[in-house]
Design a protein around this ligand. Structure first.
Ligand code: ATP
Length: 249
């Protein structure tokens, strides 16, 4: 079934769209085959959450928007799954908050880096970082540590959708404010995040952008209040509770 043929009211709509895009991403050389496994794990958690954005995840998306708007140098990190699933939405978010886009891969190859940079440029990005790779994150092995000196290395706020736990921890160790999107509230990456968003990236990225538009003219004090009031541990507890107590009938 082509993506356009998936009916909006299909009970598994999001999961079918996600599978379709990830499959196309693998065919285009954007997503690694390991990305298929990550997708399967995510899909199981989304099923348990009822494929919906919890109110706590919406509050997290709002706190993420406030963080990004307050930042001196926000960067949106992009991996193969994120690029396949929400390329245009990532470009729109970066535009809304004045962030850089940087491709950052767990399984880094020059071909895949290039393919993702081109894919984002095709979806309207004016500049995409990640190819220079002239800085390193400490405490990580060579390929996974590569970042741009004027990108993630210099950022004060980083959005890392679907990051692995080690790299999320390495970024947190550098003192950067970290926003992580992951459907698994028990994953190590959300556990180290300043703002964990337990939601499907398909819903979370446009939601952060919508909050950013709404907060675009807010006073700094109001943005700081939103950031200060956000409780990461309570957000993770709420998502875990929704999964454990979920009514899937
Ligand atoms: P960690 O190292 O953080 O404990 P992990 O080893 O579980 O994580 P991987 O299997 O590498 O991580 O990555 C997959 C993660 O991405 C899973 O936690 C999964 O829930 C999440 N994920 C997959 N697809 C999506 C999606 N569409 N939206 C949000 N999260 C997703």
């Amino acid at each position: 079934m082509a993506e356009a043929e998936i009916p909006e009211d299909h009970p598994r709509h999001d999961s079918l769209v996600t599978r379709h895009r990830i499959e196309a991403g693998v065919e285009k050389g954007i997503t690694s085959r390991q990305g298929l496994i990550a997708q399967g794990r995510g899909e199981a958690f989304d099923y348990l959450l009822g494929e919906r954005t919890l109110p706590s995840a919406d509050a997290a998306a709002r706190a993420a928007a406030a963080h990004l708007l307050l930042a001196d140098h926000p960067v949106v990190s992009v991996n193969g799954n994120a690029a396949a699933l929400v390329p245009g939405e990532l470009v729109a978010l970066a535009d809304a908050v004045g962030a850089d886009l940087e491709v950052n891969l767990f399984n880094r190859t020059e071909e895949r880096m290039r393919a993702i940079v081109d894919h984002l440029l095709d979806h309207g990005a004016s500049e995409v970082k990640g190819l220079a790779a002239d800085a390193r994150l400490p405490n990580l092995t060579h390929e996974r540590a590569k970042v741009d000196a004027d990108g993630i290395a210099d950022a004060d706020v980083v959005l890392v959708p679907l990051e692995d736990g080690d790299r999320a921890a390495a970024l947190a160790d550098l003192g950067k404010a970290e926003i992580v999107i992951d459907l698994n509230p028990m994953s190590r990456s959300v556990q180290v995040a300043d703002v964990p968003i337990v939601d499907n990236i398909l819903r979370a990225i446009p939601n952060i952008t919508a909050h950013a538009h709404e907060l675009a003219h807010a006073e700094r004090a109001e943005l700081e209040r939103i950031v200060g009031a956000f409780d990461a541990a309570a957000t993770l507890d709420d998502a875990e509770r929704a999964i454990r107590d979920g009514d899937l009938s």
